[in-house]
Ligand binder design. Sequence first.
Ligand SMILES: [Zn+2]
Length: 185
Amino acid sequence: MEKFLTKIKEVLNQANEEYGLELDVAGYLETIRQNKDEFNEVLEVYRKTNYMNYFEDETEGYTNGEIELNLNDKTYTLTLLTEFREGKYCMCKPTDRGYNEEHHCCGNGCDWEAPVIQISKSNTVRVSYQGTARELWNLEETKQNKSDEINELRKALNENLQYINEIATNIYKINEQLNKLQRAM
Ligand SMILES: [Zn+2]
């Protein structure tokens, strides 16, 4: 766990430097510590791969970016977020007790954004064609031949049906003539 946390710290500090961000590194680390059971699977992946990547936010500010870990076909994404905690509108002054210079606030009872980490896991399955290119071409040729054959048979069937119709019409006509002649006798 400590190795994992050290790596997260390193990755987030690097992101702050590289992208000029102000990610709350300590806050996110403490969030993981407080919820370590939720990170069991992610931790397992990190143990096996020793690798994770930070990606900058791509949602125009809805997140603080994300950390990705991969193992085989599985991807774990730790999305870094914050959650608004309502307090009172901050009117803290440097003379107040517990005033923090960096945050310009006493940090107790004022509105603030608490760190949140969203863990998601996605499974990707890739399947590929097995065989040679020639086999695939043959398959397509066979398919084409079969569909040509089907079309020809359909055409022949239609022609024969038309022929039957003509014969049936003729039979009907002859029969009518016959009946007429017989009635007239
Ligand atoms: Zn305040």
